[in-house]
Design a protein around this ligand. Structure first.
Ligand code: C2E
Ligand code: CA
Ligand code: CA
Length: 523
């Protein structure tokens, strides 16, 4: 007990056995002192701790594993999230957050493949196209177009059964899939609800827009083998709905398919019609009722196709608007008409023959429209003061400010503006004092009804007095009978146009009429 001991020193180290294998030892080294308290020697105790070390190692590994597992887990979660995002993107439309075309097709496909026999009626598609979306998109910009699409998506989601699939499947095209066993009534009811919901005005960029949609309905049937087949039929029905007028729906039937082939054919043919020189102009004279002379002509476009034959503008103008060739066509019409009428005016002894050209709303919304007209005038040498463009009030439906500015700019060049088909819109009177209008063309329907209905006489009469008060030139359109002409003369209508006076004729005939029958009395 004379021994004095200090605290032991403990170390753990790897020792090597003679055979070269290694083992863990714990070495406790204890310093020992003599009675005077001086250090004399060490006592060392060795303990094999390999087992414990292994256990520790194991434990550490386990801990590491856990960390790794957690890390791995969060990596997996992240990957899932990315996958979710990707599959969300794969199945959804980014702009409207509705389902996209791919998802929609897949759902039809799964309805198709239920069992080996197809299930007629297992799915009904409503194919929906916004009417005149182009006006908003081209006229007010893509931002407004996008807002409109989003608001349409919202309205659809609000008014459609939650079990239905709603998708945006193209620019301004949406589709609805009903999978409740073939209830066509349900589809029609849905179509009614949608057309109503979309007919309510939408505020976009501080403006009230009135839009509408056309809906085609097609139900899965034995003749459908792919999802595309069903969609195509719904699309075909949609075109039939468009023909009925804006805001309509139509249910597919087989007779529509032929018509749709024609439509495709026409769209395709129309794209090449200008370069292939297939358009030509006819001119319908406009007469002064008082002096019984031709005061001007209205240029009307015709399309002669090698196999489709001669096609009327009522048929192809809206298609030209749809596929975006209307601006090129409009320019062609304007240039050709200015060139031709200038030639006649010169030939007929420098009379200033007035030229009326129809301009589509799509053209008016183009920012370069005025410049293009100015170029045509400079190029052809046509007197701008003799040019009058005819617009319908539908051009004011979207971006009225842009249209008003365009009209003012045209007027600054001396060009006059006529409101065509007057009386057929909603609030024609409203446009007259708000926009720069020089002339009004009373729609043919009033002239036709004039003989039978006192009301129509009263309307024509009030348009005439309005014209007088506001210093507008009034033209009665579609005069077909002497009775109508007499009545118009009696009412004091200054100008008339119609089959009775002259149908639209070829250029050479106009010149002949100008040369020979300039002073010929009206029939
Ligand atoms: P609109 O501007 O109202 O043209 C008058 C239409 O009435 C012409 O039909 C003309 O042939 C027809 N018409 C003239 N007098 C009579 C009549 O006494 N009785 C009847 N029943 N019809 C008469 P068209 O040439 O088939 O043109 C149809 C529409 O196509 C035009 O209606 C116009 O909106 C459009 N259009 C024609 N040419 C052009 C064009 O170059 N550009 C644009 N954007 N549209 C055009
Ligand atoms: Ca016209
Ligand atoms: Ca007209």
């Amino acid at each position: 007990d004379a021994l004095q001991r200090w605290d032991p020193v403990e170390v753990e180290l790897i020792n090597t056995r003679r055979d070269g294998t290694q083992f863990w030892v714990q070495l406790s080294i204890v310093p020992v002192a003599n009675e005077k308290g001086w250090f004399t020697h060490w006592v060392s105790v060795q303990r094999d701790i390999t087992e414990r070390k292994d256990a520790e190692q194991h434990f550490r590994q386990a801990q590491l594993d856990r960390e790794e597992r957690v890390a791995l887990e969060s990596r997996l979660i992240e990957r899932e999230r990315i996958q979710d995002e990707l599959s969300y993107a794969a199945f959804h439309d980014e702009l409207t957050r509705l389902k996209n075309r791919g998802y929609f097709m897949a759902r039809i496909h799964s309805a198709l493949s239920k069992g080996t026999t197809q299930k007629p009626g297992a799915a009904t598609v409503l194919y929906l196209d916004l009417d005149r979306f182009k006006y908003v998109n081209d006229g007010m910009g893509h931002h407004a177009g996008d807002s409109l699409l989003k608001s349409v998506a919202l309205r659809l989601s609000e008014c459609i059964d939650p079990t239905a699939v709603i998708a945006r499947i193209g620019g301004d095209e949406f589709a609805i899939l009903l999978t409740d066993e073939g209830h066509q009534e349900q589809a029609i009811e849905t179509a009614e609800r949608v057309t109503h919901a979309l007919s309510l005005p939408t505020a976009i960029d501080g403006q009230q827009l009135f839009i509408s949609c056309s809906i085609g309905i097609a139900t899965l049937d034995v003749q459908h083998t792919t999802a595309e087949d069903l969609i195509r039929d719904a699309d075909v029905a949609m075109y039939a709905a468009k023909k009925k007028g804006r805001g309509s729906w139509a249910v597919f039937d087989l007779s529509m398919r032929q018509a749709s082939i024609d439509m495709l054919l026409m769209q395709n043919a129309l794209k090449h019609a200008i370069t292939r020189n297939e358009f030509y102009l006819v001119y319908q004279p406009i007469y002064s009722i008082a002096t019984e002379t031709i005061v001007g002509v209205e240029a009307l476009v015709r399309w002669r196709h090698s196999t489709l034959g001669i096609i009327a503008p009522d048929v192809f103008i809206s298609v030209a608007e749809d596929i975006g060739v209307i601006c090129d066509l409009g320019q062609w019409v304007m240039r050709s008409a200015c060139r031709e009428v200038k030639k006649w005016s010169d030939a007929a002894g420098a009379v200033t023959l007035k030229l009326n050209v129809n301009v589509s709303g799509v053209e008016l919304n183009r920012s370069d429209f005025v410049t293009q007209v100015a170029e045509i005038i400079a190029e052809t040498g046509f007197d701008a003061r003799a040019l009058q463009i005819e617009i319908t009030e539908s051009v004011f439906l979207h971006e009225p400010e842009i249209v008003a500015k365009t009209l003012e700019d045209l007027r600054a060049q001396g060009i006059r503006i006529a409101l065509d088909d007057f009386g057929t819109g909603y609030s024609s009177l409203g446009y007259i004092d708000r926009y720069p209008i020089d002339a009004i063309k009373i729609d043919r329907s009033f002239v036709t009804r004039m003989m039978k209905h006192e009301r129509s006489v009263a309307i024509v009469n009030s348009i005439l007095s309005l014209g007088q008060a506001l210093d507008l030139a009034i033209v009665a359109e579609g005069v077909e009978t002497l009775g109508q002409l007499d009545q118009l003369r009696e009412l004091g209508c200054p100008y008339a146009q119609g089959f009775l006076l002259s149908p639209p004729v070829l250029a050479e005939d106009v010149l002949a009429m100008l040369m020979t029958s300039k002073r010929q009395p009206l029939p």
